[in-house]
Design a binder for this molecule. Structure first.
Ligand code: IDP
Ligand code: MG
Length: 224
């Protein structure tokens, strides 16, 4: 419990409102502590009976504006996700986008496009020695694909987990491939497998101008 006297100079005060549906914390900087313990006690949205705690300044949680500011200053990890022609034909675009949206990732770019065989050969260049390469290019270039860039902490590896294993038989239920497909040659979705390949693929599929810089209104509800 906070005592009004003898407060060290390097503390912040957190007022925790008990009467709200869920606890809401308000942070006061040192200069405002007097407002709490003078006669001008203004607890604002915490309503009645706040319990006050003290903690060291450096240990206090970041404010919402700090989180929002950091998110604009430091670019987060990005991954390239492509819904392949079978996913587009089967009407799965919405459900797949929904999984990335509801996870909390931010959509940075998206287009429905049919870039042709040469582009697909460049995209899958690392697999050119594989026996299935020609079939893979036939498949990938057989119709429009939905190319996207998603952004967020650990977007690459999390994206891979959300996709599931390459072979749908090995993909866990709950993953995109585990839920929506059966054959490896019709596994509906591509996702970058490393940050380096993600950056390479994003550069292959999108111009800098196509990558939208915007602040998601949920940032402070997704990141602490
Ligand atoms: P990934 O898509 O999970 O990253 P990769 O090994 O990079 O898997 O293969 C790229 C794509 O090539 C696969 O998603 C799949 O469409 C196709 N592919 C991979 N292995 C086979 C195979 O054994 N037979 C046919 N197609 C394959
Ligand atoms: Mg791959």
């Amino acid at each position: 419990m906070l005592e009004p006297m003898g407060l060290p100079k390097d503390v912040s005060v957190i007022a925790w409102g008990l009467s709200l549906e869920r606890p809401t914390m308000i942070y006061y900087n040192v200069d405002n502590i007097r407002d709490l313990f003078g006669h001008k006690v203004n607890i604002g949205t915490t309503k009645k009976n706040p319990i006050c705690y003290i903690q060291n300044e450096e240990k206090t949680a970041k404010s919402a504006s700090d989180v929002a500011q950091e998110s604009t200053q430091k670019p987060k990890e990005r991954t390239f996700i492509m819904i392949k022609p079978d996913g587009v034909q089967r009407g799965l675009i919405g459900q797949i986008i929904s999984r990335f949206e509801t996870k909390g990732f931010k959509l940075v770019a998206m287009k429905l496009t049919e870039p042709g065989r040469a582009h697909m050969e460049a995209h899958y260049a690392d697999l050119s020695s594989k026996g299935f390469f020609a079939g893979l290019i036939d498949y990938a270039a057989s119709g429009p694909v939905c190319a996207m860039v998603w952004e967020g902490d650990n977007a690459v590896l999390t994206g891979r987990k959300m996709l599931g294993a390459t072979k749908p038989f090995d993909s866990e239920p709950g993953t995109i491939r585990g839920d929506f497909c059966i054959h490896v040659g019709r596994n509906i979705i591509h996702g970058s497998d490393a940050v380096e390949s993600a950056n390479h693929e994003i550069g292959l599929w999108f111009t800098e101008a196509e990558l939208c810089a915007w602040n998601h209104h949920s940032t402070t509800w997704v990141y602490e």
